[in-house]
Design a protein around this ligand. Structure first.
Ligand code: LMR
Length: 398
């Protein structure tokens, strides 16, 4: 049976890492997958994580299963981080959280829940969006529609186009929004725009599904949640899919969370019991280690302070790379204005490079970026910047 199958295309993002690893060139640069690099080109384990792991190693007494939705303490920490510890959603108990294997796991559980339990048919995603969103939601059986998001010519948010499309969304459809650090464009709405988006989605009686993969990578933990919190009016319903791969550097521990917010505690309880079925029939219950690390860090003032310091250092470093990249391109004689890159947030930037230019960068210089022109700014370092900008300048000249 298997021999009838064709070879599937490589994943547009993770496939690049495979190709990068096989590339024998010593000076190759990977700006494909969204992984943070420090000045020494390493993706280090955070110090707060190491310290939490030392404690866990001493304290852990069993490897028995976690509940289907993970440890309740983890869920409580996630809700406090997403909404704020004193938020009405937290206090009224109308938010419920399940620990999922990564943010992708959360998105897939959300897709299954919408399709199977809410009988939803359609989810609206931004154009462009993370390459895997369409795959995850169509695997759950949802139809994907898009709303305009990025104005590639003017390198800004296409807010009017977005609002026009959102104001046609039928009642009951789901609308996916990126809470901050939009992947791939790096372009986020401002708070006035967020307020208008939230109001529009509410008026359309659509279900907001908020992908929150970069909390703390934009402007700060609280600042990055500000847009999302505008959706949190009394009686609102929403789903938040969090990822802690980036902000805790826990990529391979697969730590994420799905938080359901219902109109009141009773309807949340019922909905959450249905969500549990989606999880049980998928991966049964989550892996423990990463969630335990996060709970240990967030519940200990000393570890938490260390984490916030390390998170800020990552954020500052990425912003520093954005400026260095724009200035180095200028020094290399590139006439095109790349200053928009300093206005984008988070790890990614839509560079404006074409598919052909991206291919030439890879073939001629061993520099890997996503075919859409998305580059991972967090993969730039002081050491690779000169070579990177020399290559881009040469590509742009031809
Ligand atoms: C990315 O967009 O590069 C990351 O979110 C990693 C992934 O799974 O694609």
């Amino acid at each position: 049976m298997f021999e009838r199958l064709e070879m599937a295309p490589p994943d547009p993002i993770l496939g690049l890492t495979d190709a990068f690893k096989k590339d024998p060139r010593a000076d190759k640069i990977n700006l494909g997958v969204g992984v943070f690099k420090d000045a020494q080109d390493r993706t280090p384990v955070l110090e707060c994580v190491k310290k939490a792991e030392e404690r866990l190693l001493k304290q852990e007494s069993s490897k028995s299963y976690l509940p289907i939705t993970g440890a309740p303490e983890y869920g409580a920490q996630v809700r406090a981080m997403v909404f704020g510890a004193d938020h009405e959603i937290v206090k009224s108990k109308r938010g419920a959280t399940a620990h999922t294997p990564g943010g992708t796991g959360a998105l897939r559980v959300a897709g299954d829940f919408i399709k199977r339990m809410l009988n939803g048919n359609t989810i609206w995603v931004s154009n462009p969006t993370w390459e895997n969103h369409k795959g995850v939601f169509s695997a759950a059986g949802l139809e994907i529609k898009t709303y305009p998001y990025y104005d590639a010519e003017n390198k800004c948010l296409d807010f009017d186009g977005m609002m026009k499309a959102l104001s046609t969304v039928p009642e009951g459809d789901a609308v996916l929004l990126h809470a901050c650090c939009h992947n791939p464009s790096g372009m986020d709405p401002d708070l006035t725009q967020w307020a208008a988006i939230a109001q529009c989605v509410r008026e359309r009686k659509a279900l907001p599904v908020i992908d929150f993969a970069y909390q703390g990578f934009g402007d700060g933990l609280e600042e990055d949640a500000a847009g999302l919190r505008l959706f949190c009016a009394p009686g609102c319903e929403l789903i938040v899919c969090s990822s802690f791969s980036k902000n805790f550097g826990l990529y391979n521990e697969r730590c994420g969370a799905i938080t359901l917010v219902g109109a009141d505690a009773e309807s949340t309880d019922k909905a959450f019991s249905q969500l549990k079925l989606c999880i049980r029939q998928n991966y049964s219950n989550p892996p423990s280690h990463g969630g335990a690390i996060i709970t240990a860090i967030l519940s200990d003032p000393e570890l938490r302070a260390l984490w916030e310091k390390e998170l800020k250092a990552m954020r500052d470093r990425i912003n520093g790379m954005r400026h260095l990249f724009v200035n180095t391109l200028k020094d290399k004689g590139v006439a095109r204005d790349f200053s928009f890159i300093t206005r984008q947030k988070g790890m990614f930037s839509f560079s404006g490079l074409t598919k052909e230019q991206v291919a030439a960068l890879r073939d001629t210089y061993g520099i890997y970026a996503v075919a859409s022109g998305r580059i991972n700014v967090a993969g730039m370092t002081e050491n690779n910047m000169d070579r990177l900008c020399t290559a881009i300048a040469a590509i742009l000249r031809t």
